[in-house]
Design a protein around this ligand. Structure first.
Ligand code: NDP
Length: 331
């Protein structure tokens, strides 16, 4: 049975429009009117959650908001859906934690179409070590594959490599047999990145500097979480017929580039979105994560925190101080 009162991190706007985050005791009657009731086991902390909790940018679209764009848990009541009480389910994206209440609560009500059954071979905690960041990393790898990039094509470079998306991308690519170059701004993460399988480490300062329209080609593929001049450089340094998967804006949302990489080197720039990603591709990506991400690596790329620690961890992710993935324990 469900407890009468449970914990949630609730964001409210004060009179000056500032975001205030506090742990509150909620009851079932406070939850949104959605069909499926889930007892949440774990959530995770993504860059977007950091933005929501710290009130950076316009992530939260409705107030009050329970943030947390990812959750894993057990169905308590499936409503009229195909889900049954006891089913283990994962939710990432769909504007949950932005427009709809999300994972930073011990119970949540959600729509069945947002849910994916917890894939075989992945535990609940591992699914949140993966979370939106890991799903996005997998979708980026699949985007490179769609562009015809294989381990024989040459080196694949990952920017923001020590972050959530970047670290899972490095681990996935290395496991799949790619030679991986990792771009990071933090020297303290070099050993960590090598342990994930990076063969080469490049400095964020050097790679994030404005490039010429075309530079010496050196990358068969690229996964970019940073945007701005970094993405411009990765395009300018692409091999002929290289693919660049762009998923993030940790550095800048702008894209200073020219048509040169596209018209002279046949370069493909593929955008990657995990939020509205169609169910079939999502299920495929989760399957691939279960098979392609080494569990030992998965265990090494996460730290587990309590709900009470989320505000400080949110500030840390905004300051670029988080290494790998942060899992939030709601049990
Ligand atoms: P993290 O904060 O965990 O990682 C981002 C990394 O980028 C940091 O660890 C740091 O890596 C690097 N970085 C931070 N600030 C800067 C800067 N000013 N200039 C250059 N590099 C910087 O975030 P996530 O991995 O969760 O997300 C990464 C990006 O991807 C974000 O922009 C996020 O919004 C986006 N995203 C997009 C999704 C989609 O569906 N398209 C889904 C998930 C995330 P290092 O220290 O190694 O340099």
């Amino acid at each position: 049975m469900t407890e009468t009162a449970f914990k949630a991190l609730v964001l409210r706007q004060d009179d000056e429009g500032k975001t205030q985050a506090a742990i509150e005791q909620l009851g079932q009657q406070d939850l949104p009117d959605e069909p499926v009731l889930v007892k949440v086991d774990y959530s995770s902390l993504n860059y977007k959650d950091g933005m929501a909790v710290t009130g950076t940018g316009k992530i939260v679209l409705k107030w009050p908001m329970v943030p947390g764009i990812d959750l894993v848990g057990t169905v308590v009541d499936g409503g009229d859906s195909d889900y049954q009480a006891g089913d283990k389910v994962v939710l990432t994206g769909w504007s949950v934690g932005e427009k709809y209440w999300g994972g930073y609560a011990q119970y949540q009500r959600v729509r069945p179409e947002w849910l994916v059954p917890l894939p075989a071979g992945i535990t609940a905690i591992q699914s949140m070590a993966i979370g939106t960041a890991g799903l996005t990393a997998m979708l980026c790898v699949m985007a490179l594959e769609d562009g015809g990039i294989t381990p024989d094509s040459g080196t694949v470079v990952v920017s923001g490599a020590a972050g959530g998306v970047g670290s899972v991308a490095v681990a996935l690519l290395a496991k799949l047999g790619y030679r991986v170059a990792a771009i990071t701004g933090r020297e303290s993460t070099h050993d960590y990145l090598k342990s994930l399988g990076a063969s080469e480490i490049l400095s964020r300062d050097e790679m994030g500097a404005r490039s010429r329209p075309l530079e010496k080609s050196r990358w068969a593929g690229a996964i970019d979480t940073v945007g701005g001049d970094m993405l411009g450089r990765l395009l300018a340094e692409s091999d002929y017929s290289g693919t660049v998967a762009a998923c993030g804006l940790a550095g800048d949302f702008k894209l200073p580039t020219t048509v040169m990489p596209f018209i002279l080197r046949n370069v493909r720039l593929q955008g990657v979105d995990s939020v509205m990603c169609p169910a079939a591709r999502r299920i495929e990506a989760w399957k691939r994560l279960a098979s392609d991400l080494p569990q030992s690596m998965l265990d090494s790329i996460n730290q587990v925190v309590a709900l009470e620690q989320v505000p400080e961890q949110a500030a840390a992710i905004m300051a670029g101080q988080v290494q790998g993935r942060v899992v939030v324990d709601l049990q």
